[in-house]
Write a protein that binds this ligand. Structure first.
Ligand code: PLZ
Length: 461
């Protein structure tokens, strides 16, 4: 039977939208509630299951760190739409900038006629990216598109075909970036063949390094160097690396790994591309995560938090590399859309006006560590609390071992969802619970959510 939901059915009314959203967890039904369940039943008749869902609630409003669902539940948002709404959901300055731009014009296509917003975003990203050299920025729409373009630009610059990526890497769902992504199911299953010329090197993941955490960096670097020798340095255009791995498990590489990759790539004339799509734009307490290690990559890819929820991505890098592609070689109909650029300028104002939001990220790390680190000894199933700033995670393993325990991680996430706390899992073995709150979340709201999470971990042990 068709469970059609008429498109005219009232959802959040205009009057309701004008009200501020109370920044408090409020549960008025079970989660998901009856209205969300009804809408989900409708969705399953029209949208394929390929689009998996973390938590099947239908959101009608969002503000700051709260998502309000169709049943009126106020959920604490520890996902930020996967690290996108870092300045807070529907930040008033972002909303105002988008409204103003929409009233002026919504689209021209930058390849047809130009507009200021694009050049202004480029100028600001050129200033933000590490290094004093001259830079250029090209804008695109999605993270995957930025990565694909970084590879195209590196190939054009070096005249070399191959790309090196890392274990646990995630770079997107398009066919090239899927080939670069490490995890097989569910991302890659059924979609082969992938483009050739992609090589994978170990990532210095201290917790799971076979010969001990202290060997992770030197041995991973030695493997990287050996891979380059095997393939031939004059065949490798780029090495693409996440300064902190996202989907792969919120893995902070052992100290010195990124600097080592920089030294080796530089020695071989390989373009080093930092994939800052998830970790960048203030998330870790610095504008870019690679700044924590003081490393200067050749190209930087940003997306997600860059435009606070509007689709926008960027490749920023050395002018001499960026300028190798001839006119017409880069672009896309929506690449650098004016609404997204307007949103990005508002986001950059928020992140750069003073240090407040970056400081908030560091405060979030402090609160997460205070609440969750005791669970390592207390429960025995939390192998590690790790991350930087507002990009934190706990890895769930079988008690006293380093064997990943995905079912328990899933159970903990489900318990949080039922209590109105939106958490995500990640990791090559799906056993990592990650926390990506908006940077504007209050201490009270975050501590409420961390309390729910800690109870869920205790109950699951
Ligand atoms: N690089 C480091 O984290 C996107 C993936 C969600 P797009 N991560 C969220 C999903 O399951 O599809 C991501 C990332 C890093 C690239 C990307 C790709 O960014 O905007 O999703 O294309």
């Amino acid at each position: 039977m068709d469970t059609a939901v008429p498109t005219t059915e009232p959802t959040a009314s205009d009057a309701a939208i004008a009200q501020p959203v109370e920044q408090r967890r409020i549960l008025v039904t079970e989660v998901p509630g009856p209205r969300s369940r009804e809408k989900h039943a409708h969705r399953t008749q029209h949208v394929p299951v390929g689009l998996g869902i973390t938590l099947p609630v239908f959101v009608e409003r969002a503000s700051g760190g709260i998502l309000v669902d169709a049943d009126g539940n106020h959920l604490i948002d520890l996902a930020s739409g996967i690290a996108v709404t870092s300045v807070g959901a529907s930040h008033p300055a972002v909303v105002a900038a988008v409204q103003k731009q929409a009233a002026a014009f919504t689209h021209t296509c930058f390849m047809v006629t130009e507009y200021d917003g694009y050049a202004q975003v480029a100028e600001r990203l050129n200033r933000i990216a590490p290094g004093e050299h001259e830079k250029r920025t090209a804008l695109f729409t999605t993270g995957a598109e930025a990565i694909e373009n970084a590879v195209k630009i590196a190939r054009a610059y070096t005249g070399r075909p191959d790309v090196v990526v890392f274990d646990h890497a995630y770079h997107g769902r398009t066919l090239l970036t899927l080939g670069m992504t490490a995890k097989e199911a569910p991302y890659k299953t059924g979609f082969a063949p992938f483009p050739e010329h992609i090589h994978r090197a170990p990532f210095a993941y201290p917790l799971h390094w076979r010969t001990g955490a202290q060997n992770a960096v030197p041995e991973a670097l030695a493997s990287f160097e050996a891979l380059i020798e095997r393939v031939g340095p004059d065949r490798i255009a780029a090495a693409v690396i996440e300064p902190i791995q996202g989907e792969g498990g919120f893995i902070v590489p052992g100290e010195g790994f990124l600097a080592g990759i920089r030294e080796i790539t530089e020695r071989h004339g390989i373009v080093m591309v930092a994939d800052e799509v998830q970790a960048g734009m203030g998330r870790t307490g610095r504008m870019l995560a690679i700044e924590h290690e003081g490393v200067v990559p050749d190209l930087v890819c940003t997306a997600k938090a860059l435009a606070g929820g509007m689709p926008l991505s960027a490749v920023t890098g050395r002018a001499e590399i960026m300028e190798t592609v001839g006119a017409g070689g880069l672009g896309g109909t929506y690449a650098g859309n004016p609404l997204s650029c307007a949103a990005a300028l508002a986001v950059l104002d928020e992140l750069e006006c003073d240090d407040t939001l970056l400081q908030r990220a560091r405060r979030i790390e402090e609160l997460v560590r205070t609440h969750l680190e005791p669970l390592v000894d207390e429960t025995g199933i939390v192998a590690e609390v790790r991350g930087r700033g507002a990009m934190m995670a706990i890895e769930i393993c079988h008690p006293g071992t380093d064997e990943p325990d995905a079912p328990t991680a899933k159970e903990i996430a489900a318990a949080c969802h039922a209590q109105g706390v939106v958490t995500l899992t990640c990791g090559t073995h799906s056993n990592v619970l990650r926390l990506l709150p908006p940077l504007v979340i209050s201490d009270e709201l975050l501590e409420d959510a961390l309390g729910v999470l800690a109870d869920a971990v205790r109950a699951a042990r």
